[in-house]
Design a protein around this ligand. Sequence first.
Ligand code: PMP
Length: 320
Amino acid sequence: MWTNMKTMYEYGIGNTPMMAVELANDNKLFIKQEKYNFLNSIKARTAYYIVKDLNTEEVNGGDESTSGNLGFALRYFLDDMGVDFLCLVDESISKEKLEKLKKHHIDYRVVKRIENLDYRSSRIKVAKELQDSGKYFWSNQYDNRNCMLAHYETTGPEIWEQCKGDIDICFCPVGTGGTITGIAKFLKEKNTNIEIIGIEPMGSTIFGGTDGEYINAGTGLRGPSGLIEKYIDYIDGYYQINDLESVRCCKGLKKEYGLELGISSAMTYAAVLDYSHKEKNKSIVMIAPDGMDSYISVLEDKKYAGDGLKDNEKLIFEQL
Ligand code: PMP
């Protein structure tokens, strides 16, 4: 076990600020800003929870399939434990995230997309093969209960405290599903009336729809993860948001509130705005997993400068 382990809060993880913003129709939005975690993303919580229960006598090499945020955080804690780490990324990783891995001398491997598989499924296939080789332990964030527990035991209670229990609905971006399932389980146990809404990029099929391409902001998957399948009853509905809408909301958040949030936060905000136009007097929480600095190249990409979206391409909302 990890003998010199500090508490999560001693590492500077958790207790992230909640910013309140007034929206249309007397709706109030609370933005949980996870970029203020140690290591700059919500994934510090997840990595800490994955690592805290590892048996270092049995594990001599870790590896992870990741969009960058989790890999960065896992490597930090594994280093503290004296365990080697290999980070599996794919070709859709942002330039900034790859630079960060290089700058911090993190051992990484870029997994090429395998025919008939999406990026993440290709990475997962390689992760499984490495684990089967007997030389690696795969932390499997898609089906690791600790990834849910990180948010059930920390993010959920923080949200409840910060909003003093005054919550109607919570919007959360979804990739592996660890964040939404942990928060949902905690909030629903406090008050079954709180609605939980998952947000995925259009083209991701965690909740349904048709597979397609989308920019990688740590969200989306082809089909539901093991965690989502297990805890699907806690989720009341979902939005699917077009990339262009997400990028536009990212720029909008900065312009309107001076908030420099990442693409998955902006995607979530797009769903919040749609909801807020239809409802009134609601207390809305949204999870903002990281900051804008990892996505500058995406924001500057001319592909996302236009505004030629048709209305039905902007977003899809479904009740589960
Ligand atoms: N946004 C970002 C930026 C992320 O890195 C992640 C984690 N991959 C998520 C959202 C989704 O979180 P989860 O994997 O817990 O569903």
